[in-house]
Ligand binder design. Structure first.
Ligand code: SAH
Length: 271
């Protein structure tokens, strides 16, 4: 995968995440998802050659959402953002025709973008956390494994502030390019080891991992807010990966295991 030419607008965070105001909770700007997404989609389309496959039409995303509904997803905010964010602009042009099928797709360096049904399911589980239910949004979000940035774009509309950490420089740069058109003050991309979380902006109401390890790193548990929820693929009892949900309460953490999944490995270190 070749990193694409960067057309980063001024003000987009350029380097590995150093926050000028650690922990500062800025008042949330009112959400205007439709307007933001319309202009973001226009800008993103300019970053990449149009595919000419009718993928810019909302109808193709709506069909994907209809299928998710039939498969048992029930979370309306997730439907809304998945109907709007153009997944085909986050994958290589050669794969754009498959962007709205329920399939994972390669994004280079042996990594994959998860299939839409798994993304939707994980976001739905996050929405069922105590803080998210009370606030009706995902609040302060930490994503581990930015990849191409698709899920970060969804999270940007569902939360108030998103920190997304990627360990591979080439994917970090690719996500910067892909996300350049998005709400720049709401997504902070960090090139770093996500196993350490991102302490400067903790605690997080919602933590979501796109790579799975043998255990949930203790840093994630510590950086989870009271009332917060973490969703991560993790090795289950039988050795295969399952979705693990951890909720933090004032008295500690509770954990539940959900369906089997197949995510790329969570690795330590940065390259
Ligand atoms: N959510 C992504 C999917 C990313 S695939 C998307 O929408 O495209 C998983 C990603 O996790 C890969 O890019 C991989 O490099 C990254 N990853 C694995 N271990 C990591 C770690 N310790 N810290 C940060 N990123 C990690």
């Amino acid at each position: 995968m070749k990193p694409r030419a960067s057309r980063r607008p001024p003000g987009f965070p350029a380097g590995a995440g150093t926050s000028s105001a650690p922990g500062a909770a800025r008042p949330a700007a009112p959400l205007r998802p439709q307007r933001l997404l319309d202009s973001a989609a226009r800008d993103a389309a300019r970053l990449k050659a149009p595919t000419g496959l009718g993928l810019d039409s909302g109808a193709v995303r709506q069909r994907m959402v209809d299928r998710l509904r039939q498969e048992g997803i029930t979370c309306n905010p997730v439907f809304e953002v998945m109907a709007q964010v153009p997944r085909h602009l986050f994958v290589d042009t050669a794969l754009a025709g498959q962007a709205y099928e329920d399939t994972s797709l390669p994004i280079g360096l042996g990594q994959t973008i998860s299939k839409p049904s798994v993304v939707a399911r994980m976001l739905e589980l996050l929405f069922q956390g105590a803080n998210a239910r009370r606030q009706q949004h995902l609040g302060q979000v930490l994503e581990i494994g930015t990849g191409c940035g698709y899920q970060a774009a969804l999270l940007a509309q569902l939360g108030r502030r998103v920190v997304s950490v990627e360990r591979l420089a080439a994917l970090f740069e690719r996500a910067q390019t892909n996300l350049a058109a998005w709400r720049q003050d709401r997504v902070r991309l960090v090139h770093g080891d996500g196993m350490l979380g991102h302490p400067p902006l903790a605690p997080y109401d919602s933590i979501i991992a796109a790579a799975g390890g043998a255990e949930i790193p203790s840093a994630w548990l510590e950086q989870l807010a009271i009332g917060g929820r973490l969703v991560a693929p993790t090795q289950g009892g039988s050795g295969g990966q399952v979705l693990v949900v951890v909720d933090r309460h004032s008295a500690g953490w509770s954990r539940s295991h959900h369906e089997s999944v197949h995510f790329v490995p969570l690795k330590s270190g940065v390259t």
